[in-house]
Structures are given as structure tokens and as C-alpha cells.
Design a protein around this ligand. Structure first.
Ligand code: UT7
Length: 324
């Protein structure tokens, strides 16, 4: 397995972008819809509001393309420079895939484009997938997008799930570099035995059931497994937790972030959190947070960033990289 800085071609992380719908749904709005309170949601999850798609204008393709456009511009490239587009999403506009629509909107005519489905681990799995194409020398510029519109699949009467999710997209341009490899380590895992803990199942009627989730079990799984994969990717990178400048976990629950921070004894200020504004945006949550911290110039060139995603599958994974 090529999972070290010893490969022939290295990977650099050169531009980010993000996009969310304009429409905001607050906890107070939700309290008008289901039996819940701002206090319960904020204290149990850290979420205060989320952005919710408004029809086709905020389709997965449109949000993904907006985020992708910004990432390409931030990387100093043009759409025609992109060789590969990987769209990590579990809420495709089209069961045949949405990446082709994104390619069309972007005008990235040279790119090959495909979807990758790995729920809330989608961005980490996409980063590893993109890097393999770069490290083997096949592609030079890869646009990785995490985009989800889970609001389409939420049961808005189920207070256990409808308070959690938001919509959005985040993107990252990865580029081949023969001289340096900024992907320092990664680890991906799956456990199909937990598959029934979190699903959007086919209903048998040309559509899908709304999201169903065993929240407590998924919480326990996350708190147990996420530190393991972070440790594994740090080991591969020959780094320790103290080398990490920024820890970006999938933004599912502030209590999960706090538990991982405590487990590692890491400075809480290094643990990126923006779920208060966006909720859980699934595959988009890590790249939206990454983009926000890059734009705020908190994440700077050569900072060490550790990311970890976890969710349905069950799937989980982590990557450690040097920004820039
Ligand atoms: O993105 C994929 C990964 N997903 C996750 O990581 C989610 C992981 N799970 C979680 O974050 C948490 O389990 C939740 C936030 C989903 C739920 O928090 P919890 O502390 O595990 O709550 P709970 O399910 O144990 O529910 C506690 C109580 C229950 O009432 P009883 O049975 O104790 O009377 C629920 O009915 O809270 C009740 N409850 C609510 N009350 C007010 C559940 N949802 C709500 C609500 N408002 N929205």
C-alpha cells in the first residue's frame, strides 16, 4: 500500500471553497415544528442553526459546483486544468451520479468525474482516493467535493434526527508535486455489522425512506473508533498529537469533538468547530470547516491538519496532511 511520503509523486493541497444555501433554520424555528427546545439541541449537540436547501437552486450539483468553482479559483487554476472530479455525496440528485452535472456546470471539459458514496466519511475517503490517482502519476489536478442535501431525506417530524442535519458543500483542489508530498498519513475503516445503525433505505416504491439512526450507538462508535484512526494516521506520518496544528472532525456533535479532545489532551482551541452554524452537513462538514479556517487565515501554509470522518456504513477514516 502506498501510504507514505515515499511515493514517486507527492500530493499538495492548494485551494479550498465552500457553499451553503441562503435559507437558515434556527433551533427556535425547529421548536415550532417538533417537540424540542433550543436549549436541548444546543446542549446535546452544539448546533444552533443550519442552512437548508431551497429547491433546485440548492441542488447537490449547484452547491457542489459553487464550492468547486471557489476552490479552483483559490488554487489559481481554471476549470480546464482539472483532470478528475470526485464528488463525495450520499444525497445525489440522480442515482446514476451527480458528478457529471458538476463537471458540466464548471465547464471542466477535460475532467473525468464520478461520485463516491461513503456518508460522513466521504470527504476523507475521497481525499485518499484522489491521492492515489495523483501518486500513481495518472492525474495532476484533482477537484474533491463533499456535498450533501440531507434535508431532502430527513423526516421533519422526527425530533431525534431532524435537528441534526444541514445542507452544504465544500471543495479542495489537490495537485501533483514531484518534489514534496503533503499527505502524511491516512487510515480508512469499515464495519458492515453496524450497517443498520444509520440508513436511508430503499422503500420499495421508487424512493427512499427518511433517515433512520440509532443515535446512542453511533455516538458510542464515534467516540471509540475516531481516536484509533487518528492515532493510526499520525503513526504512519511519524507524528504525535502534539505536532497537530488543527484537528477537524466531522461536525456531528460538539460532545464527540470534546470527547476526542479530552482523550488526546489536545488544546481545545486546535479543534475546529463550526457546527453551531451549519449542523451536520455529512460529507461537506470537514471541507466547509477547512475552508472557513483557511479563509480566516487560521490554517496557514505548512500547518499540520488532522481530519477524521465517521458515519453510515459504518465507515470511518482519518488523514493527516500539511496545508499548502
Ligand atoms: O453524521 C453521522 C454520525 N452521526 C452522529 O455522530 C450522531 C451521534 N449521536 C448523537 O450525536 C446523539 O446520540 C444525539 C444528539 C443524536 C442524541 O443525543 P443523546 O444524548 O444520545 O440523546 P438520546 O437519544 O439518549 O435521548 C435522550 C432523551 C430521550 O428522552 P427519554 O427517553 O430520556 O425520555 C429522547 O426522547 O432526549 C429525548 N430527545 C429529545 N428531546 C428534545 C431526543 N431528541 C430530542 C429533541 N428535543 N430534539
Amino acid at each position: 500500500m502506498i501510504n507514505s511520503a515515499s511515493s514517486l509523486v507527492g500530493v499538495r493541497f492548494i485551494g479550498s471553497g465552500s457553499a451553503v444555501p441562503d435559507r437558515v433554520l434556527t433551533n427556535h424555528d425547529l421548536a415550532q415544528m417538533v417537540d424540542t427546545t433550543d436549549e436541548w439541541i444546543a446542549s446535546r449537540t452544539g448546533i444552533r442553526e443550519r442552512h437548508i436547501a431551497d429547491g433546485d437552486a440548492d441542488s447537490v450539483a449547484n452547491l457542489a459546483a459553487k464550492a468547486g468553482q471557489k476552490a479552483i479559483a483559490a488554487a489559481g487554476l481554471a476549470p480546464a486544468d482539472i483532470d478528475l472530479i470526485i464528488l463525495s455525496t450520499s444525497t445525489s440528485d440522480d442515482l446514476f451520479g451527480t458528478a457529471g452535472r458538476v463537471q458540466k456546470i464548471l465547464g471542466a471539459e477535460r475532467a473525468v468525474a464520478f461520485d463516491l458514496v461513503a456518508a460522513c466519511s466521504g470527504f476523507v475517503f475521497g481525499m485518499v482516493t484522489a491521492s492515489q490517482y495523483i501518486r500513481t502519476g495518472l492525474y495532476r489536478n484533482v477537484l474533491l467535493i463533499g456535498a450533501d442535501v440531507l434535508s431532502r431525506w430527513v423526516d421533519w417530524q422526527d425530533r431525534r434526527t431532524c435537528i441534526l442535519f444541514g445542507d452544504g458543500a465544500g471543495a479542495l483542489v489537490l495537485q501533483a508535486d514531484p518534489a514534496q508530498d503533503h499527505l502524511l498519513g491516512f487510515e480508512m475503516r469499515s464495519d458492515g455489522k453496524g450497517n443498520d445503525l444509520l440508513n436511508i433505505n430503499y422503500s420499495g416504491r421508487s424512493t427512499f425512506e427518511p433517515i433512520s439512526m440509532n443515535g446512542q450507538e453511533v455516538y458510542r462508535f464515534a467516540v471509540r473508533r475516531v481516536p484509533e484512526v487518528i492515532e493510526k494516521s499520525l503513526n504512519i506520518a511519524n507524528l504525535t498529537v502534539s505536532d497537530v496544528d488543527w484537528l477537524i472532525l466531522h461536525q456531528a456533535n460538539q460532545r464527540i469533538i470534546d470527547a476526542v479532545v479530552n482523550r488526546f489532551g489536545i488544546d481545545p482551541a486546535k479543534a475546529v468547530s463550526n457546527m453551531g452554524k451549519y449542523g451536520n452537513t455529512s460529507a461537506a462538514s470537514i471541507p466547509i470547516a477547512l475552508d472557513e479556517w483557511v479563509k480566516a487565515e487560521k490554517i496557514a501554509p505548512n500547518h499540520i491538519v488532522a481530519i477524521a470522518g465517521f458515519g453510515a456504513g459504518l465507515s470511518w477514516g482519518s488523514a493527516v496532511f500539511r496545508w499548502g
